[in-house]
Design a protein around this ligand. Structure first.
Ligand code: KIV
Length: 279
């Protein structure tokens, strides 16, 4: 079957048909091209770029310029997947005007199809304004890394009835203001099940169990490329860190032993031309 660009309608249909939605993060052209070719439905240029690519301790220092730089590269490698740009800390919290302006930059300059914002009721006005401006928006609730300090660290959310009710209520309100999807991070699977059954828009889980309409993970976690910390919910499908290290060690040894470059990696000059050299 001919592959088509993924659209919001396509994502909503997947939910209706009970077909799981797949989403992964990407930060550059090669990673985006591979993920797109693998048939993943959605690519997120996450602000996790700050930790896994730029080496910050958390996502807070990530700027709009950082995000746009990476979104542009990812967009060049993405043909079919639905591309979502993650709004960095302080690019939408101050006012709706700023939120619209920055969301617009993700679409105009970053070539994204949509934006994602962390937060529920606290940022509902900004989400409403972005959607009203014609920019598709996804929300991200539960554990929201940009406000991890306020949440008491990187902890599972919604473990008490009060906090679970707030998350469920947020999801319902977010659908009402026009979000086309919701990321649920680090919440009990039974709470994601309730949310998924209560909203018509897709729920995409990360550490939120099997009942979500789709799943997202940080690609560097599934590749084993980020060594500092691997969350419990992330499954490591391969160890690219080890593979790259082995290749670098082999290269080092071959250069030091003068085994590389071999003849097939070198260029030659005609003997006659060589003799013409005045030295
Ligand atoms: O920044 C990111 O990669 C994210 C995912 C964890 C959902 O927000």
């Amino acid at each position: 079957m001919e592959r088509k660009k993924v659209t919001i309608t396509g994502l909503l249909n997947k939910k209706k048909e009970n077909k799981p939605i797949t989403m992964l993060t990407a930060y550059d052209f090669p990673l985006a091209s591979i993920i797109d070719e693998a048939g993943i439905d959605m690519i997120l240029v996450g602000d996790s770029v700050g930790m896994v690519v730029l080496g910050y301790e958390n996502t807070l220092p990530v700027t709009m310029d950082d995000m746009l730089h990476h979104c542009k590269a990812v967009a060049r490698g993405t043909k079919y997947a639905f591309l979502v740009g993650d709004m960095p800390f302080m690019s939408y919290q101050v006012s709706s005007e700023e939120a619209i302006r920055n969301a617009g930059r993700f679409v105009k300059e970053g070539n994204c199809d949509a934006v994602k914002l962390e937060g529920g009721i606290e940022v509902i006005d900004q989400i409403k304004a972005i959607v009203k401006a014609g920019i598709p928006a996804m929300s991200h609730i539960g554990l929201t890394p940009q406000s991890a300090t306020q949440l008491g660290g990187f902890k599972v959310q919604g473990k008490t009835a009060v906090s679970a009710e707030k998350i469920i209520d947020d999801a319902i309100r977010l659908e009402k203001v026009g979000c086309f999807g919701i990321i649920l991070e680090c919440i009990p699977d039974k709470i994601s099940k309730i949310i998924t059954s209560k909203v018509k828009i897709p729920t995409i889980g990360i550490g939120a169990g099997i009942h979500c309409d789709g799943q997202v993970l940080v690609t560097y976690d599934i590749l084993g490329l980020y060594k500092k910390f691997t969350p419990k919910f992330a499954k490591k499908y391969t160890d690219v860190f080890l593979q790259i290290k082995k290749a670098a060690e082999q290269y080092k040894a071959e250069v030091e032993e003068r085994k590389f470059p071999a003849k097939e990696h070198s260029f030659t000059i005609d003997e006659k031309e060589l003799k013409k050299l005045k030295m």
